[in-house]
Design a protein around this ligand. Structure first.
Ligand code: AMP
Ligand code: MG
Length: 324
């Protein structure tokens, strides 16, 4: 029986395909609750809340989990030239993303929130594992990477318990673990952003790996022509509006897949394909991507190594605008 729990602001579902693994399930959900306590900016004593409240006044010593995720987050901010930025907290609050109540924001409020966005203001000290903020008011938000980190931590627990095969779905962060069967790979479906509750748009045959999608399945309208959603451009502060409906990133590291899915959504397809090369080199990791665009074209990263099928006639594979 699969097991699930509400944690990290979402539902986490784990299926171990084995009835004698209650201990493993217990360990997994305990670990997830611990990660939630460390990362949730709304929990007053979390490391992230402490950095946000006092990181300008003094260096804040943090746990290994938070330190290593922040280190990766800053590296990804550098590689993506700030398209990914863990200091978007002020913008997330301004747009009331967590409460899901869309509304217009004033130019003044936007300017103020943007003035405290910038990953270069995060100072990490590897010796003391402490974090300092160079500017007052900076608000860290690791919502675009923490679930990926947590997914990788679950995989570590699988290894410890010698799990043979399992599936994780942590709020859309998917990990297929082990071999599905001797003859068959895992099949992972990528949602049709225009029909998210229907048949998947793409089916991909995969070995043990993670698939993470950043997409805009729900756009909120407030009656004006504008739409609101949860992925924000750190350069102008608005919800990103480009050719992309969703980006799925496939990698053995769920943390990288999570962060790059968000980053690629901000960067747009062509720029992302360039960044993908640097990302693979920097992290020495397989990273592939599928971009689903508004014109019903689907772009796959170059030399995409997995078999896939597109399940709708009106959608087709297309080449990026400017081939590399
Ligand atoms: P994801 O669903 O993984 O794409 O992450 C989206 C969440 O990450 C949002 O709800 C925000 O909390 C945060 N976020 C939004 N825009 C960015 C960005 N440009 N860089 C980093 N985090 C972001
Ligand atoms: Mg993400």
């Amino acid at each position: 029986m699969p097991s699930y729990e509400r944690v990290m602001g979402t539902v986490c579902l784990v299926n171990l395909y084995d009835n004698n693994k209650q201990k493993c399930y217990d360990e997994i959900f305990e670990r997830l609750r611990q990660i939630d306590e460390e990362f949730d900016a709304d929990k007053k004593q979390s490391d992230i809340a402490l950095i946000n409240d006092f990181g300008f006044e003094r260096p804040i010593m943090v746990c290994d989990d938070v330190y290593s995720v922040l280190e990766t987050a800053v590296k990804i901010s550098e590689i993506t030239e700030g398209a990914f930025d863990p200091t978007v907290g002020s913008l997330v609050s301004l747009w009331k993303i967590k409460s899901g109540s869309p509304h217009e924001v004033s130019a003044n409020d936007l300017k103020e929130a943007l003035s405290v966005v910038g990953y270069k203001n995060i100072i990490l000290d590897p010796e003391s594992k402490s974090v300092r903020l160079k500017k007052k008011g900076i608000q860290l938000d690791l919502g675009a990477i923490a679930k990926g980190f947590a997914t990788d931590e679950i995989v570590k627990i699988f290894k410890k318990h010698k799990v043979k095969k399992a599936v994780i779905d942590l709020g859309g962060n998917i990990y297929v673990y082990g071999k599905k069967s001797l003859s068959k790979p895992w099949n992972v479906g990528i949602k049709n952003p225009q029909l998210p509750d229907s048949v998947p748009l793409v089916k991909v045959a995969l070995p043990e790996i993670s698939v993470v999608t950043s997409g805009v399945y729900e756009r909120f309208y407030d009656g004006s022509a504008k739409s609101y959603h949860h992925i924000l451009s750190p350069s102008d502060g608005y919800p990103v509006d480009n050719d992309i409906l969703s980006v799925s990133v496939i990698s053995p590291s769920s943390m990288l897949a999570d962060a790059f899915a968000t980053a690629f959504f901000v960067l747009g397809t062509e720029k992302s394909l360039q960044v993908l090369y640097s990302a693979r080199k920097e992290f020495r990791m397989e990273i592939d991507a599928i971009f689903i665009e508004k014109d019903r074209g689907i772009v796959f990263s170059e030399n995409f190594p997995y078999f896939y099928s597109i399940l709708y006639d009106e959608w087709e594979r297309k080449s990026p605008k400017s081939p590399l």
